[in-house]
Design a protein around this ligand. Structure first.
Ligand code: ADP
Length: 204
């Protein structure tokens, strides 16, 4: 049986994660791999219910509650979907995982980073992705993409200040060991080529 591989795509909203996830899936399937594309928050029926609470613009959520809700969704997603798929030898592509919580709840909300990292470890049962890719896109590209698809959900409607903190955090986090930064300010195809080159190393 093939070895299971866990790939995470990270970056701010509209950085192109879901576009790239779809293209990567097709490419991997052409290479004979069974691929599961999933997302956070969500990914399982219970976790999708938590997602609804988190993204409902009507929800009033304190920062610590928000952190716990993301970790709740992640714990279920990891146990019910990611770990079994890994065991079955699939390639899992997750749109967001632990780095999102570090960026949004840690740097964005200002919660204690150690607490965030500890909860990340607990919720994932210490599972680490084989590859985490951060799509790093210039601020002006966001302005353009905002025009084509305005923000609707609770997280997308946060203040500009909050979003700037998150974007800056991703630039920092992209330099962490084990994280691969991809310049997301280019064409869809160019970005995909870089992602494939990183993934190809895992397929050998
Ligand atoms: P995310 O999943 O990170 O929120 P999406 O893949 O949904 O991002 O992309 C957000 C928007 O930006 C979509 O309208 C998409 O078509 C567009 N987009 C994605 N990648 C690029 C790119 N490289 N250049 C320009 N626009 C892009």
């Amino acid at each position: 049986m093939k070895r299971g591989i866990f790939i995470v795509l990270e970056g701010p909203d509209r950085s192109g994660k879901s576009t790239q996830a779809g293209l990567l899936k097709a490419w991997l399937e052409e290479r004979g791999r069974e691929v599961l594309v999933t997302r956070e928050p969500g990914g399982t029926s219970v976790a999708e219910k938590v997602r609804e609470i988190l993204l409902d613009p009507k929800s009033e959520i304190a920062p610590l509650t928000e952190l716990f809700l993301y970790e709740t969704s992640r714990a279920q997603h990891t146990a019910e979907k990611i770990l079994p798929a890994l065991k079955a030898g699939k390639v899992i592509i997750s749109d967001r995982y632990t780095l999102s919580t570090t960026a949004y709840q840690g740097y964005g909300r200002g919660l204690d980073l150690k607490t965030v990292e500890t909860l990340n470890r607990i919720a994932t049962l210490n599972l680490k992705p084989h590859l985490t890719i951060v799509l790093d896109i210039p601020d002006k590209a966001f302005v353009q993409r905002e025009k084509t698809r305005p923000g609707r959900d609770r997280m997308e409607r946060q203040s500009d200040l909050f979003r700037r903190r998150v974007n800056r955090a991703y630039k920092l986090l992209a330099r962490r060991p084990g994280v691969t930064r991809v310049d997301g300010g280019r064409s869809v195809g160019e970005i995909q080529n870089d992602i494939r080159a990183s993934v190809a190393k895992l397929l050998r």
